[in-house]
Ligand binder design. Structure first.
Ligand SMILES: Cc1cc2nc3c(=O)[nH]c(=O)nc-3n(C[C@H](O)[C@H](O)[C@H](O)COP(=O)(O)OP(=O)(O)OC[C@H]3O[C@@H](n4cnc5c(N)ncnc54)[C@H](O)[C@@H]3O)c2cc1C
Length: 466
């Protein structure tokens, strides 16, 4: 993929072998002679959840924008996923989604989506990375420290604790990319080197996931393959997902906002489902056969570390993915945002001329990445602010923007065009400014101030079409 043979350096190291780390390593291969990923966990052979990615037991959707980046770097990856067992669906037609008090229309969209567990997705990607490239993935290696040159202006390597005995290793690198997720130590590491930590914005939602796999019940009347049923703010804090996954199973997550979390015992779980705003999620799972215990996960806050605002940062170091920003997972954007950031890294490195990692590489990269983050951040936090109990600085435009976006969401019940537009934005294939096109603006205003439709959208059934 690299048009020139000249490499930027000998060694690059990625911290973390999760989704963003794997994609990032593929990008770095074109620019460094040797790329190594250091991962704290032991990496399982099969599609098993692991300690470093505890969210792996819960529903994960990968949007088209993210899949497009992966397919670009690993040609044919999505086809392979399907061959290996992922479930392929039309995102609009086969998804039955209750959101903002209405069921969305389900037009034929051509928006192909792939459904599987998170460990299945990650292990397929890991396999492709090792078969396509010479990247070395070292499990059981926890990075503990960064090393620098004499005046601490450049990171020159790191220290890691590796293997069963936890012996310390010192490794040299021309570039280190931290893809170690929300728990990233980079703020602490750079502070200890005399740099300022990035400022953080956080929006606290205290979400709880409770998930288990099911064997779907036989139901010849079911005309959907994916269900998402969101509670409508501010009263309803409970959401449910049913995702089809490899092996003909369902992965089901019951999610509660603001500490209203689902219990993890069988009876309590079903009661939680039954108490949701709509009966459809409960009806779908009540006769399904549980295949696993219920796993719980708590996510406290959307978090954005503003590396783009730092005036000083050491050369030879970048941060990417959840290590920069993580969003309320109910909107399913994290993996795609990480993939798009890796794609930005590809573009930034492609522009580098000559040998050696430019000392101000981080400036351009963090500036562009902040632009990528703005979209999922806005979509997630604006939605969260519809709950009065959400803690964070509400932008001045929050109320009017939420009023308008809720109008767009409600239009999705009966307007195929707006539904497709909404999905394009969600899938990172169109900018949210598309919501403000005159035709959409007019429809939102007409819906709000025009004559009322007697058949209230909230009473719809989750059927096909509008
Ligand atoms: C409940 C839940 C549901 C979600 N659902 C979705 C969804 O539907 N769609 C979606 O796109 N996203 C979803 N997300 C978000 C998604 O999981 C993350 O955005 C994504 O995993 C980020 O990937 P990452 O590679 O940046 O970080 P992570 O996945 O957090 O990976 C970090 C890796 O770094 C390793 N590591 C950490 N510290 C060190 C160290 N010091 N040395 C070496 N290795 C280290 C860890 O072991 C881990 O492997 C969800 C998140 C949660 C919590």
């Amino acid at each position: 993929m690299n048009p020139s043979n000249s490499k930027l350096g000998k060694n690059a190291i990625v911290i973390g072998a999760s989704m963003t780390g794997l994609i990032t390593a593929r990008v770095l291969c074109d620019h460094f002679e040797r790329v190594t990923i250091l991962e704290r966990d032991s990496l399982p052979e099969g599609h098993l959840p692991r300690k470093g990615v505890p969210q792996g037991q819960h529903v994960h959707v990968l949007f088209s924008g993210g899949m497009k980046v992966i397919d670009g770097l690993f040609p044919g990856f999505s086809d392979e996923l399907a061959e290996n067992g992922s479930v392929v669906c039309d995102f609009a037609r086969e998804l039955c989604w209750y959101h903002a008090g209405v069921w969305k229309a389900r037009p034929e969209s051509g928006l192909v989506s792939y459904w599987q567990t998170r460990p299945f997705l990650e292990s397929n990607l890991r396999r492709r990375l090792t078969s396509d490239t010479t990247v070395e993935i070292r499990g059981d290696c926890a990075v503990t420290q960064l090393n620098t040159n004499g005046d601490r202006s450049r990171v020159t390597g790191l220290v890691a604790r590796c293997g069963d005995d936890g012996s310390t290793e010192t490794l040299q690198a021309d570039l280190i990319v931290d893809a170690s997720g929300r728990g990233s130590q980079t703020p602490k590491w750079i502070e200890s080197l005399g740099y300022q930590k990035p400022t953080e914005t956080s929006v606290e939602v205290n979400i709880g996931y409770a998930s288990r796999m099911y064997e779907p019940p036989d139901d010849t009347t079911r005309d959907w393959r994916i269900m998402a049923q969101y509670g409508t703010p501010p009263e309803n804090k409970r959401t449910g997902y049913i995702f089809p996954i490899e092996g003909g199973r369902w992965l089901v997550s019951a999610v509660g906002f603001l500490r209203d979390h689902a219990p993890t015992d069988d009876q309590g779980y079903l009661e939680f489902a039954r108490s949701m705003e709509r009966p459809d999620f409960y009806d779908a799972i009540k006769d399904a056969k549980p295949l696993t215990p219920i796993a719980a996960y708590t996510f406290t806050a959307n978090r954005w570390r503003h590396y783009d605002r730092l005036s000083r940062f050491p050369a030879g170091l970048l941060v990417i993915g959840d290590a920069i920003s993580s969003f309320n997972p109910v909107y399913g954007q994290g993996m795609s945002a990480g993939a798009l950031q890796a794609e930005q890294l590809r573009l930034t490195l492609q522009d580098c001329r000559g040998h050696g990692v430019p000392k101000d590489l981080h400036k351009e990269f963090f500036r562009k990445v902040a632009k990528i983050i703005e979209v999922p951040w806005m979509l997630a936090t604006q939605s969260d602010f519809r709950y009065p109990g959400t803690v964070g600085k509400r932008p001045l435009h929050s109320k009017p923007l939420n009023w308008y976006l809720t109008g767009v969401l409600r239009l999705c019940s009966g307007n195929d065009r707006v539904t497709k537009l909404f999905y394009d934005v969600l899938h990172f294939t169109r900018k949210p400014t598309a919501f403000f096109r005159p035709s959409v603006l007019g429809a939102v205003l007409l819906q709000a101030f025009g004559p009322r439709d007697a058949s209230a959208a909230a009473k719809q059934r989750p059927g096909r079409g509008s």
